[in-house]
Write a protein that binds this ligand. Structure first.
Ligand SMILES: *Cc1c(COP(=O)(O)O)cnc(C)c1O
Length: 434
């Protein structure tokens, strides 16, 4: 019997990414993943942003191995542990201090959706208000409150479990539309029907929502508006953080200080589950044990994260390398868009989360499949999955990056040929590819 059938037979139909990449993975190093059939793949998905520093990075992995070797404590609820102490020290001195950011750190349950739940819970407790504003095309997770904040109807199944109001993200209603004026009107008009919210939550780059990048000006105006009205500003930096957008925090480019910051995904260094809520000290109104959870002391993640922070973020070198790589990727994608105007609308994104908005979701679907068949793992995003999304590790070397690009080049060439052939031969009304 083919054992691999067990996934389909036994694992719930809730499974997701494995449907796009149907093989069994066995090993991984840096930006390469291997399967049980001897295939090698370049990883442009990076655990959806949980592997910013690549697979099994030696510095991070070795620190975890030697910690386990010494029988370092692995599970400790939220008891004081040496590894947590070292993490707090490293995070404060390498990340917060150099950026003049002062925050209390809350170790929430170790997933993205849990830290969002905690952030909103705290904002509601602090302000004694219930409503929370979120944005079109937002993604904040798949449980209770987080799911209510998420835009996608297919994720929410049309349900909302929580008191939320949705505003159009910057650019959503067209570039002429002054969104900040519109928010101000709705938030200050006692007859608008919108209760003053506890918080406004957003991603500075909507990662699942289509790589929509908020402008510096809009972020600054939103910070001013929320401060003026006493609304807390929550930045969901779960995917955009830890260097993905170019700097450690995605909001650094706007020079703003959010009241609450959600981190998860790559904060665990090598893909270990961990999440942090950064809290402006004045807002830290939790009673002891009020936001409790069992797994808030993943010491292996603390050790990995400490190694990550010290190795990559103790000076500016890494950030500069990421900026060079971001420029290189941007030039590559722009050249593709220029070469295939019939397939592509435009490049999107920032940092090492960039992509191409395709003219048809069938095009991005073809690209994902063809790339996988030829050794590149890459995903799509956007309301219709129409954005072809590159998320290489921040540590990827140029040789591997170019290997991935060669596969993408071939996929585009194939798609272009087939599209031309299809539109020449197909009957009217069947112009769509696939
Ligand atoms: C992935 C993600 C989440 C949810 O994180 P999980 O660990 O999957 O619960 C929330 N917000 C953003 C922006 C994300 O990318």
């Amino acid at each position: 019997m083919n054992k691999e059938k067990l996934f389909e037979e036994v694992e719930s139909s809730a499974r997701s990414y494995c449907r796009s990449f149907p093989t069994v993975f066995t090993q991984s190093k840096g930006s390469l993943i291997y399967d049980n059939k001897g295939n090698k793949f370049v990883d442009f998905l990076s655990g959806a942003g949980a592997l910013n520093y690549g697979h099994n990075n030696d510095v991070i992995k070795n620190s975890v191995m030697s910690y386990l070797e010494k029988d370092g404590i692995a599970m400790s609820l939220d008891l004081h542990s040496q590894s947590k102490l070292e993490f707090i020290e490293a995070f404060s001195s390498c990340i917060l201090k150099p950026r003049n950011l002062e925050y209390k750190i809350q170790f929430t349950s170790p997933t993205g959706t849990s830290v969002v739940e905690s952030a909103v819970k705290l904002a509601r407790k602090y302000t004694k208000r219930e409503n929370v504003v979120c944005f079109t095309n937002a993604f904040h997770g798949m449980t209770g409150v987080s799911l209510s904040l998420t835009g996608s109807n297919s994720h929410r199944q049309g349900q909302s479990y929580s008191n939320v109001t949705r505003f159009p993200f910057e650019g959503y209603a067209g570039s002429e539309f002054n969104s900040i004026d519109y928010y101000r009107k709705l938030l200050t008009d006692p007859s608008s029907g919108i209760d003053l919210p506890a918080a406004i939550i957003l991603e500075t780059v909507q990662a699942e929502g289509g790589l929509n990048v908020a402008s510096v000006e809009w972020l600054q105006d939103l910070r001013l508006l929320t401060s003026e009205l006493g609304i807390l500003l929550i930045i969901d930096d779960i995917q955009t953080g830890c260097g993905r957008s170019g700097s450690f925090f995605s909001f650094e480019r706007a020079g703003i200080k959010p009241d609450l910051v959600c981190l998860s995904k790559s904060i665990g260094g090598m893909g270990l589950p961990m999440a942090l809520l950064l809290i402006d000290s004045a807002l830290d109104v939790w009673r002891p044990a009020e936001d409790n959870g069992t797994f808030r002391g993943n010491n292996l993640a603390f050790v990995a994260s400490t190694a990550m922070v010290k190795h990559f973020w103790s000076d500016e070198k890494f950030e500069l390398e990421v900026a060079d790589k971001a420029l290189y990727i941007n030039q590559y994608l722009n050249q593709i868009v220029a070469k295939y105007p019939a397939l592509c609308i435009k490049t999107k994104g920032i940092g090492l989360m960039q992509g191409i908005e395709m003219r048809d979701e069938a095009y991005s679907e073809f690209l994902v499949k063809d790339c996988f068949a030829n050794g590149v793992i890459v995903e799509r995003c956007g309301p219709h999955d129409e954005v072809f999304k590159l998320m290489p590790a921040l540590t990827i070397d140029y040789t591997t990056l170019n290997q991935g690009f060669a596969v993408i080049d071939a996929a585009f060439a194939k798609l272009s040929n087939q599209t031309v052939n299809t539109s020449q031969t197909a009957d009217a009304g069947e112009g769509r590819y696939v």
